[in-house]
Design a protein around this ligand. Structure first.
Ligand code: AHG
Ligand code: MN
Ligand code: MN
Length: 329
């Protein structure tokens, strides 16, 4: 499809390619896009909050100033719960799931999200993002937490919105990865990156080296090897997973947040951080691993479960995995 195609047209064309489609998914996705545009606006205004008079804990109306990650969370819930296509939502910001059934006709999808990833970077004007994953609701009358505990291979859609120098939406439904850039003058996402393919091998490695004192030997040995590589890898790590992932997706490379002595299961969350990005990287020709297995095949036991994550260019991830195997031997 032509570069510059509006997302709304792109979605309708995609829908037409699948005659069995009911249009429910397209409508659900459009709601998500509205929430993304609102969050994008709020993120862009974040630096103005003090200047516009909302000092301390209160804004001009005397209301509590909401933290941006909570605001993004509320925005997503409010926008999505009225659409009629969801039966439940789960978020990094909420201990429990939100059931949508009962209030409205029961929808056939579940939405999971990290409303604002990299939120410690907001104050310093570094890119943050929203990561989401969409699952089919299993049959059954009530919506329960268990419904959300599906392995990543069952995702029907995954994506992220990156609030960077431009706002971008990147998503997959299992038919390639597409990227759209928000044109703020018309309020539309326009196709800017069609069928993204990540390089087979990269020259970037992204890991928090401040954790090296806690690393297991496999991580230390692998990172030493990368640094000694003749071709010269570059270290790049902003500390917003979504931004680090996006850069490596386009340029090639490897991102690691492994298990270490301090974080026995890694830090990142399986259901709304690792799984959606793993679906995207695989669709783009890359690879994602816990170190010893494919992330997308992990069967979740808890909603907020953490997982080690090694993700990026296929050859790089496979090389890293060989070190993890060596560690276990
Ligand atoms: P969040 O802002 O949603 O809590 O996620 C923060 C995550 C992720 O974005 C990033 O990759 C990681 O934390 C950075 O962690 P370290 O500061 O431990 O490197
Ligand atoms: Mn996060
Ligand atoms: Mn977050």
């Amino acid at each position: 499809m032509a570069i510059g195609t509006p997302l709304t047209k792109f979605l309708l064309d995609e829908q037409r390619r699948y005659p069995e489609s009911t249009g429910n998914f397209t409508s659900l996705f459009s709601d998500l896009v509205v929430a993304a545009k609102i969050i994008s606006r709020e993120v862009n205004r974040a630096g103005l909050i003090d200047i516009l008079g909302s000092t301390g804990a209160q804004n001009v109306q005397g209301e509590e100033v909401q933290k941006l990650d909570e605001l993004a969370n509320d925005m997503l819930i409010r926008t999505m719960e009225h659409g009629g296509h969801l039966s439940g939502m789960a978020s990094e910001e909420m201990e429990e799931i939100v059931k949508v059934d009962g209030k409205f006709p029961k929808g056939s999808y579940l939405l999971l999200f990290d409303p604002l990833d990299g939120s410690t970077n907001i104050d310093v004007n570094i890119s943050v993002g929203t990561i989401f994953s969409i699952l089919k609701r299993p049959d059954g009358s009530d919506t329960t937490t268990k419904d959300f505990l599906q392995p990543g291979i069952r995702q029907v859609c995954a994506g992220y919105i990156l609030y960077g120098s431009s706002t971008m939406l990147v998503y997959t439904t299992g038919h390639g990865v597409h990227g759209f850039t928000l044109d703020p003058s018309i309020g539309e996402f326009l196709l800017s990156h069609e069928d993204i393919r990540t390089p087979e091998k990269g020259k970037i490695y992204s890991i928090n080296e401040g954790n090296s004192k806690h690393w297991f030997p496999a991580t230390s040995i692998y990172i030493e090897k990368i640094k000694a590589n003749e071709k010269g890898y570059s270290a790049r790590y902003v500390g917003s997973l979504v931004a680090d992932f996006h850069r490596n997706l386009l340029k090639g490379g490897i991102f690691l947040y492994p298990a270490d002595r301090k974080s026995k299961n890694g830090k990142l969350r399986l259901l709304y951080e690792a799984n959606p990005l793993s679906f995207i990287i695989e669709q783009a020709g890359g690879k994602s691993s816990t170190g010893d297995k494919r992330v997308l095949e992990v069967v979740p036991e808890e909603l907020h479960q953490r997982t080690p994550l090694i993700i990026g260019s296929k050859a790089d991830v496979e090389e890293a995995e060989s070190f993890w195997k060596y560690q276990e031997a």
